[in-house]
Write a protein that binds this ligand. Structure first.
Ligand SMILES: [Ca+2]
Length: 501
């Protein structure tokens, strides 16, 4: 068959298809792919230090997460959602302000957000309060209260979280027996002192049975408090914003025994990308030395590694149960159809890949985080979005959904169009900052990390061939052109990667 004839037949087939499907398509277009969301409530569930690959809906076949698997079927699951910084404080400062770390002024855990944000910056809870929502937070939201005193004043209710000085909201909705707090404070201020180091190890560097019943755990109580507040909100019928925290699976990797018992360490595969396989790793010290969160004094044995991953899974399953109770309460109170839900990790975590047991890298395990978004009635619900989104997009996205204006200097864009159509072509790259001298860009095919003062000046990975970022191609002459292109993309910055709308 000649090419022209084949092409003519192809056009004819398209024409038939267009005719056949035209009525359905125009009906779909007539129905808005996103309903009117301006009066909806907003529920945030923020899960600390959460590697995306542990969830069933992200493909994990060992870790049991039935509640979030079910939720994923009713939401858009973002497969390529990236945080803008490598740890809690800078990541949260970014996604709660809509500014990237070099603009928010916060790129590490020591920088006080409220002192460093550009004057006039309005953070998410302040926007929502101004919009008239009843605002409530349960557990950690900004890194610490001290870092965000003024911003936390925007909350009408603060539960399981130290309120800022001068805040005078209602008392706790539920009363729990108080927990001993003495050992939570460090015994010495000098972080290099042996006393501090020993305390830090006890706080963070352990895994296994927590020795507590689930009901006695803070994460469980946070969920119970959320259930109680949702009951209140349903009665008052006031539009609300509620943020619910889960401290797990942040270290220490401890969980009630029934969750630890769910996983046999012998059945956990060894971590991928072992240090011996790495070529040109930009974090050479971390590969063989101690880690900031767990295995602080040195690398684990293979058995300890499997036990720690099993314990991490136990923590995630516990979180899944807690989150499941909150989502069930949303249903039971009749709020599901009128509440936008974001469930997310605040950044990822390395479960032994590269010999890392922490965050603090610009590699995929840290920079990618789990993210599910459910907007009731959105056409994309139940589907997977494989387009790039960044957490810095949250404020503009909620601005579009709820109808509040955001400042023109924000450094993300609303991804609301992806909630209607997850397949729509979107950003071509995502960006991350470790320090002003250490930054990352990843596009569809490559990740490129630059270290102006590092032991390795740059790292380039071909994610199609090497998804675990094992072989650094930055010095490979065959990839010189790609390195130049990726360096140019990093320099051009986020605006160069925006979708055409
Ligand atoms: Ca964190």
């Amino acid at each position: 068959m000649k090419t022209e004839i084949r092409f003519a037949l192809f056009l004819a087939a398209l024409q038939i298809g267009a005719t056949l499907f035209a009525p359905a398509a125009s009906a779909a277009a007539a129905r808005s792919p996103l309903p009117d969301t301006s009066k909806m409530n907003v529920l945030f569930i923020i899960i600390e230090d959460c590697y995306a690959g542990v969830w069933g809906s992200y493909g994990n076949t060992i870790c049991q997460t039935p509640n979030m698997d079910r939720f994923a079927q009713s939401a858009v699951r973002f497969d390529r959602a990236y945080v803008q910084a490598i740890a809690c404080n800078p990541s949260r400062s970014s996604f709660l302000s809509g500014l990237r770390p070099l603009t928010s002024g916060v790129w590490n855990n020591g920088q006080v957000m409220s002192e460093r944000l550009p004057p006039g910056t309005v953070t998410l809870p302040e926007h929502l309060k101004k919009k008239g929502l009843h605002t409530a937070v349960i557990g950690k939201f900004f890194h610490t209260t001290d870092y965000a005193r003024q911003q936390l004043m925007a909350f009408d209710r603060i539960e399981h979280y130290q309120p800022p000085p001068g805040w005078s909201g209602p008392p706790p909705i539920l009363k729990f027996p108080s927990e001993p707090r003495a050992e939570r404070a460090p015994p010495a201020k000098n972080k290099k002192s042996p006393e501090y180091q020993a305390w830090r190890r006890k706080q963070s560097d352990r895994y296994g049975d927590s020795g507590k019943a689930p009901e006695a755990e803070g994460d469980y109580r946070i969920a119970q408090t959320a259930v109680a507040l949702l009951g209140d909100f349903a009665k008052s019928k006031q539009q609300f914003f509620l943020s619910v925290h889960q401290s797990r699976p942040h270290t220490p990797l401890i969980a009630p025994k029934k969750y630890i018992d769910m996983y046999d360490p012998a059945k956990i595969p060894a971590p991928p990308a072992p240090p011996s396989s790495l070529k040109g790793c930009p974090y050479p010290k971390r590969m063989t030395g101690g880690n900031p969160d767990i295995f602080m004094t040195g690398q684990p044995t293979p058995q300890q590694a499997r036990e720690a991953i099993a314990a991490y899974y136990a923590c995630v399953s516990f979180v899944d149960d807690n989150v499941g109770r909150v989502l069930a309460a949303l249903d039971q109170q009749g709020l599901t159809d009128n509440t936008i839900v974001f469930v997310m990790g605040d950044h990822g975590f390395h479960l032994g890949d590269h010999g890392f047991w922490s965050k603090y890298s610009m590699l995929e395990a840290t920079r990618r985080a789990p993210l599910w978004v459910r907007v009731p009635g959105a056409a994309g619900n139940g589907r997977v979005c494989r387009e790039f989104v960044e957490f810095v997009d949250f404020v503009p996205t909620l601005g579009e959904l709820l109808g509040f204006n955001v400042a023109p200097n924000l450094e993300g864009i609303s991804f609301a169009p992806l909630l209607a159509n997850p397949d729509r072509p979107w950003k071509t790259a995502v960006f991350q900052v470790q320090t002003p001298a250490e930054q990352m860009v990843r596009n569809q095919r490559y990740s490129y990390l630059e270290f102006k003062d590092g032991p390795v000046p740059a790292a380039l990975y071909d994610l199609e061939k090497d998804p675990w970022e094992i072989v650094n191609l930055a010095e490979d002459p065959a990839h010189a052109k790609t390195r130049t292109e990726m360096a140019a993309l990093l320099k051009a910055g986020w605006k160069a990667a925006l979708p055409k709308r």
